[in-house]
Design a protein around this ligand. Structure first.
Ligand code: NAG
Length: 329
């Protein structure tokens, strides 16, 4: 992919002006901008004048070091990068396209894509991803095309994708997805192409958001007509597009935020109320018992005092005897 004219003459200029020992490169290599081993190109890769760093198929175990701003496209496909650590692409802040297909990739750290605010295309296809942690794609505010095809994703949390305002195409085909979480498509307002085939879609209530999205986007993908759900038994092999909103009438409406707030508030409030009621009942009960005990004690004392021979007639100071006198009067 050689660029003609002035771009291919830049190495010549470099040759004349640069303090680097570029003249040690072969003339063929020097015909490309920042070629292998040059300051702007990772050592293991070949760089082209348009900013493409081609590191594909080089048995790399990690993202090569030495990425810098001139790199606009990074081809890392067909390597052995199993894990993407935090800040895996720092330095490549102007990256527009990143290809990570076929790496046996298993784990992407939540901050792996930090600093890639300009990235428009990300291909993570044909890897071994089973899960994606929340916030993984959050820094990629300019992302337009994302492929997660041919992985082992069984769930895809809305928090993993986050809100990607410009994402127009999302490939999810050939994974283990049986449903899409309710908030997932809501965070992707620009989405118009959605790859879905090759997943074990379950035709239950959980499929409602996806079916609603498919009805609103009549031609989201050429294969939409052939999308079938594989469970439950009764509905096996029904096309996804065949489900009208009426088919989900038995599912019940999802709760509105206000209702949810009431439900969430009701728990603690009723707990506190029952706690208060228990405490009130308990203190009433103990007060009653204490009073009954005091009375019983008083009743036990009284008959012993009455027949006391040494005391003579009850004194007027004795409240018990005053009562007796009043009763007799
Ligand atoms: C990248 O380099 C490999 C060989 O190293 C080559 O086969 C491939 O075509 C290159 N890709 C592009 C897009 O230039």
């Amino acid at each position: 992919m050689r660029r003609p004219s002035f771009l291919s003459q830049r190495p010549l200029l470099l040759l004349l002006l640069s303090p680097w020992p570029v003249w040690t490169q072969t003339p063929a290599a020097a015909a490309h901008w920042g070629t292998q081993g040059a300051p702007h190109c990772p050592e293991a890769c070949a760089c082209a004048p348009d900013g493409q760093a081609n590191c594909s198929g080089r048995a790399l175990l990690a993202v090569p070091a030495g990425l810098s701003r001139p790199v606009r496209a990074l081809l890392l496909d067909h390597n052995r990068v199993r894990v993407l650590p935090p800040g895996a692409f720092v330095g490549a802040g102007a990256l527009l396209r990143l290809d990570l297909r076929e790496n046996g990739l298993r784990w992407v750290h939540a901050r792996a894509f930090w600093g890639l605010g300009a990235l428009q295309e990300l291909d993570l296809g044909a890897n071994q991803l089973e899960t994606l942690v929340p916030g993984t794609f959050a820094p990629l505010r300019a992302l337009r095309v994302l492929s997660l095809a041919d992985n082992q994703l069984a769930r895809l949390e809305p928090a993993a994708l986050g809100a990607l305002p410009l994402l127009g195409a999302l490939s999810l085909q050939d994974n283990d997805l049986s449903a899409l979480a309710p908030g997932l498509l809501a965070g992707l307002p620009a989405l118009n192409t959605l790859g879905l085939r090759g997943n074990p879609w379950a035709c239950g209530c959980a499929l409602r958001p996806l079916c609603a999205w498919l009805r609103r986007h009549p031609r989201p993908a050429p294969e939409a007509e052939t999308l079938l759900c594989v469970s439950p038994g009764r509905l096996t092999l029904s096309p996804l597009t065949a489900f009208s909103e009426a088919a989900f009438s038995h599912c019940g409406q999802p709760l509105a935020p206000r209702d949810l707030a009431v439900v969430y508030a009701l728990g603690p409030v009723s707990f506190l109320a029952s706690l208060a009621a228990c405490m009130a009942l308990g203190s009433v009960f103990t007060a009653c018992r204490a009073r009954r005990r005091r009375r019983a004690a008083a009743a036990r004392l009284r008959p012993r005092r009455l027949p006391d021979p040494g005391r003579g007639p009850a004194s007027p100071a004795d409240p018990g005897s005053t009562e007796n006198a009043a009763a007799q009067a």
